[in-house]
Design a protein around this ligand. Structure first.
Ligand SMILES: *[C@@H]1O[C@H](CO)[C@@H](O)[C@H](O)[C@H]1NC(C)=O
Ligand SMILES: *[C@@H]1O[C@H](CO)[C@@H](O)[C@H](O)[C@H]1NC(C)=O
Ligand SMILES: *[C@@H]1O[C@H](CO)[C@@H](O)[C@H](O)[C@H]1NC(C)=O
Ligand SMILES: *[C@@H]1O[C@H](CO)[C@@H](O)[C@H](O)[C@H]1NC(C)=O
Ligand SMILES: *[C@@H]1O[C@H](CO)[C@@H](O)[C@H](O)[C@H]1NC(C)=O
Ligand SMILES: *[C@@H]1O[C@H](CO)[C@@H](O)[C@H](O)[C@H]1NC(C)=O
Ligand SMILES: *[C@@H]1O[C@H](CO)[C@@H](O)[C@H](O)[C@H]1NC(C)=O
Ligand SMILES: *[C@@H]1O[C@H](CO)[C@@H](O)[C@H](O)[C@H]1NC(C)=O
Length: 675
């Protein structure tokens, strides 16, 4: 399959009414159907980038396998490190100051502006758009409908058993049940004998089966009754009469998994993958002296659970004793490996459906998570641990390893004896040879990781930095650090440039050949179709696209010349009710917000300014600075030592403050102007 110019594929005939806007690029014919690529949009809740493919200690063979065939972003930042604001931001392609959602209390269409979302854009351009699980934050932030009907062809699917998330279902040592954070369980003993993410997975599997080109459907014309089968799969509708054929439109299927969000309720077998004595805790588990009060989180959501309550922590200042850190990490890791298995099943379903070669897959975490690092837990902060998220994008024919004979995404079950045999590196029996091959590709970082240590400092080092001379080489150049596909050993196509989750909207539009939302004007509230991100498709498409003389002409119509530099900073923010921590610190509702922490990550610095904020006018007051944080990446990559108040950094702080106030528009990629 190749990228080809749209005008060459007027085979879009039958589909012309659904693909009227043939702008820049699109995919060539796939199989018998001329259509745009599908999109599988996977969102994982509270996933920190400590996965195997990021050099971390978490066993994640299925995501690693996707990573090995994707562009993997090592510096992807969210705009606010909590679920609803982050999701609303990246799904609308706008920053929190434009969605005006910093809490869980409003719907942007009523409260800020009637902004077009990613799925809405696909829907309006002829896609079937479906939402399964937690994609938008359910409830008020998405109009209590997950933004149906604007964003979705059919009402979004939410798992019935999510209602048990606060129930006492976790067995304690005394035989009673609790609502613990750490909650390994028997699925059979759960209400309805299932878990929310299993319901999500099964629903997504069914949808893919129905959408599959392997099914014999009439694809010659659109049939307005194409809903019932999908509707049944989503909502178990009965007696809707004769099932109509599904017309094969391209799909945008969004699947949101809820783990590893707390409670860490997962099939208990996964715990066995992480013997407690092998789990290392954070190398910097104490609250740093220079961390301003306003920057601290109180992780109240954790404290409300029975197992944490039993620790008798002091409040609001007071962290979790070290002796519990390893157990908490063990559960987070185990819940994540369980999610990895679900992702593997989903990719298997996609491949079984015949869709692995014409589906763009993006996998993203909605923000990071602090696991005792700096004595902090949960998200709710501007630390890089909370703002940096995993992000990878698989583009068939561009980021994958071509192989026509083998499966792209063979399911790897981390609980299978063969996999565990691999982990122990003591020989394997009856292992699918492909799994064997894949494992040996993936293993190098897993085992390297085990040898180095089990310390999770994946935010400091990436597995390929040491081995990929090209990456090291390119670091020296003032220009792009990006490296093309085929980074040496593991073939991971790693991209170190700064990207932000607000970039997803323009990127996915560009990759599928849909109209790309332009950069929003300074007053964006009345503009429905624009974004405050920037398409990073040129980074994925490779260096050919970055070089004007060699450009394929269709990489980026808007860019007249070669890129001088990509984004030189990313921007995040977090609100607070007060300087001193209290019960509302983590999640202040809009009416309580009086402070906003604006944060900027650059190549060498992470700078945050906490300033007065008026929640009526949504204006920050830069003359009212409550606290500053400055971390020097060269000497303090873990961000343990806030030097903002040291005299010798006064000039630097002044400059960074100025850049922070100028904001994200100043950081956008710079292109050579045509001469
Ligand atoms: C918002 O946009 C949608 C989709 O374009 C449109 O159907 C709806 O009427 C708009 N709502 C308002 C209040 O303008
Ligand atoms: C917490 O306090 C209760 C009641 O005083 C006590 O029984 C329990 O042992 C304490 N737990 C810990 C971990 O200190
Ligand atoms: C949006 O447009 C309306 C009507 O033209 C106007 O009253 C309002 O002030 C505008 N809002 C913003 C934020 O510009
Ligand atoms: C751009 O492409 C041309 C032609 O392929 C090549 O000679 C040149 O070295 C490339 N420049 C860069 C900066 O990669
Ligand atoms: C920050 O420092 C770490 C450790 O030296 C390095 O791996 C990373 O690339 C640096 N970050 C940036 C954005 O340059
Ligand atoms: C916020 O702005 C409004 C409108 O200008 C003003 O009435 C209010 O006093 C301001 N609030 C604070 C705390 O300054
Ligand atoms: C701050 O900016 C000024 C003006 O551009 C420059 O002269 C100075 O060296 C900068 N200071 C630091 C510490 O970067
Ligand atoms: C990014 O580059 C622009 C110039 O293109 C400059 O004005 C801005 O200060 C830079 N920002 C940072 C954070 O270095």
């Amino acid at each position: 399959m190749a990228w080809t110019c749209c005008r060459n594929i007027l085979i879009a005939v039958a589909w012309s009414i659904f693909t009227p806007l043939c702008i820049q690029t699109t995919f060539e014919l796939v199989g018998a159907t001329a259509t745009r690529p599908n999109v599988l949009f996977i969102v994982i809740d509270d996933l920190r980038p400590s996965l195997g493919c990021y050099g971390g200690p978490i066993i994640s063979p299925n995501i690693d396998q996707l990573a090995a065939q994707s562009a993997v972003f090592t510096n992807a930042m969210v705009q606010q490190s909590v679920c609803a604001p982050s999701r609303t931001s990246f799904l609308t392609g706008r920053r929190p100051d434009t969605t005006r959602l910093y809490d869980f209390g409003s719907y942007w269409r009523e409260h800020a502006g009637n902004y077009t979302t990613i799925p809405q854009h696909f829907k309006e351009n002829g896609y079937i758009t479906l939402s399964v699980g937690k994609v938008f934050h359910p409830g008020k932030p998405s109009g209590s409908t997950d933004d149906f009907p604007y964003s979705w062809t059919l009402p979004a699917y939410q798992q019935s058993t999510q209602s048990y998330s606060d129930s006492k279902v976790c067995p304690g040592n005394d035989g009673n049940l609790y609502n613990n954070v750490m909650c390994p369980i028997d699925v059979d003993k759960m209400p309805d004998k299932t878990l929310p993410d299993l319901q999500t997975l099964e629903t997504a599997e069914n949808l893919i089966k129905i959408l599959s080109p392997k099914q014999k459907h009439d694809v010659t014309k659109r049939d307005d009754a194409f809903h019932p089968e999908l509707e049944d799969a989503l909502h178990g509708g009965e007696g809707r009469g004769k099932r109509a054929p599904v017309v094969r439109l391209p799909f945008f299927l969004a699947v949101g998994f809820r783990k590893p969000h707390i409670p860490w309720k997962y099939p208990k077998e996964y715990k066995g993958l992480y013997p407690l004595d092998s789990v290392e805790i954070a190398p910097d588990p104490n609250i740093p002296d220079e961390l301003p009060n306003v920057a601290q989180v109180v992780f109240r959501q954790l404290r409300l659970r029975d197992d944490i309550k039993a620790m008798n922590l002091s409040f609001p200042i007071g962290t979790i004793p070290l002796k519990y850190h390893a157990s908490l990490r063990q559960s987070y890791y185990a819940a994540t490996t369980y999610t990895d298995y679900l992702v593997g099943r989903l990719l298997q379903a996609l491949e079984d459906g015949g869709y692995s070669d014409n589906t763009i897959i993006s996998l993203v975490g909605d923000h990071g998570w602090q696991l005792g690092d700096h004595g902090e837990w949960c998200k709710y902060s501007n630390y890089q641990l909370a703002t940096r998220a995993p992000l990878m994008v698989h583009v068939p024919g561009v980021t994958d390893q071509k192989s026509s004979t083998t499966r792209k995404f063979p399911l790897i079950d981390p609980l299978s004896p063969s996999f565990q045999g691999h982990l122990k590196e003591d020989g394997i029996n009856e292992v699918d040879s492909r799994v064997d091959e894949i494992f040996s590709t993936l293993q190098s970082h897993q085992s390297k990781n085990q040898i180095d240590s089990r310390v999770d400092d994946s935010y400091l080092r990436f597995p390929h930095d040491q081995t990929d001379n090209e990456v090291v080489e390119s670091r020296k150049s003032p220009g792009l650090k990006t490296k093309g596909r085929k980074a040496q050993s593991e073939n991971v196509y790693q991209i170190n440039e700064f990207v932000e989750l607000v970039d997803l909207f323009p990127t996915l539009a560009e990759l599928t050949g849909l109209p790309v939302p332009p950069v929003c004007p300074p007053n964006p509230f009345n503009v429905t179709f624009c974004s405050e991100g920037y398409s990073f498709a040129p980074l994925i498409q490779g260096e050919e696209c970055l070089n004007s003389s060699a450009r394929r002409g269709d990489c980026r119509g808007a860019a007249p010349g070669a890129i001088v530099r990509w984004k030189n900073a990313t921007f995040s923010q977090y609100p607070r009710p007060s300087v001193t921590p209290d019960k509302n610190t983590d999640l202040p509702s809009l009416d309580l917000i009086t402070i906003m922490g604006y944060s900027m990550r650059t190549d060498r610095y992470h700078y945050t300014e906490w300033i007065g904020f008026n929640h009526t006018t949504f204006q920050g007051d830069w003359s009212d600075v409550k606290a500053r944080e400055l971390y020097l990446n060269d000497s303090d990559p873990r961000q343990d030592n806030n030097v903002a108040n040291e005299e010798c950094y006064r000039s630097l702080v002044g400059n960074l403050s100025h850049q922070l106030q100028r904001g994200w528009r100043d950081s956008l990629p710079v292109f050579k102007t045509r001469t």
